[in-house]
Design a protein around this ligand. Structure first.
Ligand code: FES
Ligand SMILES: [Fe+2]
Length: 328
């Protein structure tokens, strides 16, 4: 297939992590690939992060490769022009006059929940909602993030759809029960509550699973049962074909639970095992819309309706792609 596997943008609207907070110290610069764009992320000496388009308006150097933080600006490695967090050029060391167009595109960002999140809207709109503060993150009662990361050749919609795809848990992941799931949507938020928990052949981990997605980029999954565990997932489109996935695991410290042993360790291993079973399916599947559903497939139609709001108006109105048309 020469075109993208999906007949719409790789980068839906919403908040997406571009780094974990702990990856960016004051004075640090990181090149970032997100939303099919090259970007530069830096943290000023005042502790505030900023995200800009990567390319310097002067002669095109990538600010993320060799750029340095000076006070609260980033200094280009090529001729030392400086840009602040709004993207404006504040200084050219060898020129009194700054060209009025010397500006780099700024991105709206939010630092919250141990992550630096960027707002993406390919139509250029301002942020329409906020990701809420998740009370467990940073709480003394919970462990810090234990992070696992993957780069996967898929679209964030396929990954998000996984949680409402109740039938695949038994057949792809080998869970013992057929999970009972209830999904509901509230604007950009989708909640999925499942009773079966993660009773697997490897042992039971939890009794109920409550997943809350704030658009496609940020999601929390609370597992309750023997030990309370929380998984914060972040899926960020990088180029036209790939997403970068961060799974941040936390466990409630009561009863001496730790992430490196016992239930915590089994939880990370089980969630990672399930994700890695999904990867070959996601990396090779075709996009089908509307899907050919049958009884027992779960709330997939609700999900396909919910996702429309994250794409330019009308994106899904005329899409009709079947497996048959891919196979023709
Ligand atoms: S290319 Fe950035 S200062 Fe010249
Ligand atoms: Fe899955």
């Amino acid at each position: 297939m020469s075109e993208s596997r999906f007949p719409f943008t790789s980068s839906p609207k919403g908040w997406f992590a571009v780094a974990l907070s702990r990856e960016l110290e004051p004075g640090q610069v990181l090149p970032v690939k997100a939303f099919e764009k090259d970007l530069v992320l830096f943290r000023g000496e005042d502790g505030k992060p900023a995200l800009l388009g990567a390319y310097c308006p002067h002669m095109g150097a990538h600010l993320g490769h060799g750029g340095k933080v000076v006070e609260n600006t980033i200094k280009c490695p090529f001729h030392a022009w400086q840009f602040d967090g709004t993207g404006g050029c504040t200084k050219i060391p060898y020129s009194e006059r700054i060209p009025p167009k010397a500006k780099v595109r700024p991105w709206s960002i939010m630092e919250r929940n141990g992550m630096i999140l960027a707002w993406n809207d390919i139509e250029g709109g301002a942020p329409e909602w906020e990701v809420p503060v998740i009370p467990e993150i940073g709480s003394d009662e919970w462990t810090d993030f234990e992070v696992r990361e993957w780069d996967i050749r898929t679209h964030s919609m396929d990954m998000a759809e996984n949680q409402v795809d109740v039938a695949h848990f038994q057949y792809l992941h080998g869970t013992l029960d057929y999970p009972e799931s209830e999904a509901s949507v509230d604007g950009h938020i989708m909640r999925v509550f499942s009773k079966a928990g993660m009773g697997t052949k490897q042992g039971a981990v939890a009794g109920s699973i409550e997943s809350t997605s704030y658009g496609f980029g940020f999601n929390t999954i609370r597992f309750k049962g023997i030990v309370e565990t929380l998984l914060v997932t972040s899926v960020t489109p990088t180029d036209a074909e790939h997403v970068h996935v961060r799974f941040c695991f936390m466990v409630k410290k009561s009863l001496g639970a730790a992430l490196d042993k016992g239930v915590g360790k089994a939880f990370i291993a089980e969630v990672s095992r399930q994700l890695e079973q999904d990867i070959p399916v996601w990396e090779n599947k075709a996009f089908v819309h509307p899907p050919m559903l049958c009884e027992g497939d779960g709330p997939i139609p609700l999900f396909r309706k919910w996702l429309r709001q994250f794409f330019p108006a009308g994106t899904f109105d005329n899409i009709n792609v079947t497996a048959e048309s891919h196979n023709a």
